[in-house]
Design a protein around this ligand. Sequence first.
Ligand SMILES: [Fe+2]
Ligand SMILES: [Fe+2]
Length: 201
Amino acid sequence: MLNMDNFLKEIDYALEVLENHSNSSSKDEKLSADEKKQSQRVMRVNHMGEVCAQALYRGQAFTTDETSTKELILKMCSEERDHLGMCGDRIGELSGRTSYFNVLWYASSFMLGAYVGRLTKEKSLGFIFETEEQVEKHLDQYTDKLPKNDKKSRDILLEIKKDETKHKETARELGSTKLSDQTRNFMSLSSRVMKKVSFYF
Ligand SMILES: [Fe+2]
Ligand SMILES: [Fe+2]
């Protein structure tokens, strides 16, 4: 049954994630106006991805009964929280802004996570494996989209990628099963839409 205390804690957590902390602009960037705009967009997409990571993991932990899986998910979630901070700070330095739709992305990702948390442990881990694998590919793609001069953002994405690879490997080691092609395609398609929207809005 739904525990009201835990539910309210989740609302509180979500509001903290969605709060915009990015306000530290820096002027020593050697980026042209166009390059800066491109970096803002790329980092906005990455920030949105980390908002979703928070929501997916929190949702999954919320409905997972198995204590060891839950602990693991919350540990990964706290590492994802650092990623969120890194992307948010970088957006601030670039004088950019986060996605207007983050509330929507958070809510939908939380629901998906909550659904997955009710599946078997192997499937739940399979979902983590697939998510992290898709994030790895995404990071390679979006690192290439950054302007050549934006070393700072590139370093952040490379740093984040190390953790995502670790998350993927952890899920595999703990016995994740491979998701169906249909599910994997659905995940990839929906994240592509979210990324396209967040790139501009
Ligand atoms: Fe992350
Ligand atoms: Fe991750």
